[in-house]
Design a binder for this molecule. Structure first.
Ligand code: NAD
Length: 294
């Protein structure tokens, strides 16, 4: 079987267009959605992510504030910045770019964000509500994966989803979302991790295989069941002197091998990646709508 590609770029563009129209509607009703990004230090990858989030806001008609702080910024100063944003009525969403420098306790910063403005969905209140099947901001990457599946026409209900990776930002919230009745997903979910015995036995049984292991081309074709849907969350840089930036991006799945057995597969880049920012914008609009509704 030669797999069809899931077009993350096109699906993300469609979501962003919906977000733009919604932001327009909110703005004409007097509520301009607003997102603040906070970057501490000048890590090049983090700066690139923040820049793309700012640019995406601009295109979507969402007001954005770009807060840059020195690498040496103390925890108290960062907490004060977050508190100011919590109190600022023109800001609906707050995103503190991770990772933070080692001298700052990230958990303490995330917990300081008002859960109603936590558009990244990492606050324990939102994670707890997600697990309990209540209304919450969903973390953007897992949320984006559910939208990718839905808009690619994949029927998730009743299927066996196998997730490789149990991180707090991808694997765990994704498992909660996909097993849920509230989200309409209703899948049976298996979560595999670094201590899982005989990983391939699990991955081969998946109707939908989602890989977020942070290891380049780690899932090979023989680990994929015939006709499975494969979602590759991985983003790994590989040096490539021929490439414009001196590197190229590859996923956690060996694309060629997996595509021979899968029915549908996401490419890297252009699969899950573009969905993450689209969902961040969608969450920001959602927070703004709550403000509009009082
Ligand atoms: P992480 O390093 O926090 O977690 C990796 C997980 O993989 C761990 O839970 C670990 O148990 C599991 N794992 C590692 N080795 C394994 C093995 N041999 N067998 C089974 N499981 C194993 O990673 P993360 O933050 O969840 O990110 C995963 C990947 O997704 C990375 O490549 C990251 O760059 C990418 N990512 C992409 C997006 C996006 O927007 N597309 C967002 C977040 C993360």
């Amino acid at each position: 079987m030669a797999a069809q590609t899931i077009e993350g770029k096109a699906i993300s563009a469609a979501v962003r267009e919906e977000v733009r129209l919604e932001a327009q509607e909110l703005s004409s009703a007097g509520v301009v959605p607003g997102l603040a990004t906070v970057l501490v230090g000048d890590d090049p990858a983090s700066s690139t992510y923040v820049r793309s989030k700012q640019r995406a806001c601009e295109k979507a008609g969402i007001y954005s504030r770009d807060i840059r702080l020195e690498e040496t910024t103390g925890e108290a100063e960062l907490l004060a910045t977050v508190e100011n944003l919590n109190a600022d009525p023109s800001i609906d969403g707050i995103l503190v770019q991770l990772p933070l420098p080692a001298h700052i306790n990230s958990r303490r910063i995330i917990e300081a964000i008002d859960p109603e403005k936590d558009v990244d969905g990492f606050h324990p209140v939102n994670l707890g509500k997600l697990l309990a099947g209540e209304d919450a901001f969903y973390p953007c990457t897992p949320y984006g994966i559910t939208v990718l599946l839905e808009r690619s026409g994949v029927e998730v209900e009743g299927t066996h989803v196998v997730i490789v990776g149990r991180s707090n930002i991808v694997g765990k919230p994704l498992a909660a979302l996909l097993m849920q009745k509230r989200s309409g997903a209703n899948a049976t979910v298996t979560v595999c991790h670094s201590r899982t015995a005989d990983l391939a036995t699990h991955t081969r049984r998946a109707d939908i295989l989602i890989v977020a292991a942070g290891r380049r081309a780690f899932v090979t074709g023989d680990m994929v069941g015939e006709g499975a849907v494969v979602i590759d969350v991985g983003i790994n840089r590989v040096d490539d002197p021929q490439a414009k930036r001196g590197y190229r991006l590859v996923g956690d799945v060996d694309y060629e091998g997996a595509a021979e057995r899968a029915s549908l597969i996401t490419p890297v880049p252009g699969g899950v990646g573009p969905m993450t920012i689209a969902m961040l914008l969608k969450n920001t609009n959602r927070a703004a709508r709550k403000r509009a509704n009082g």
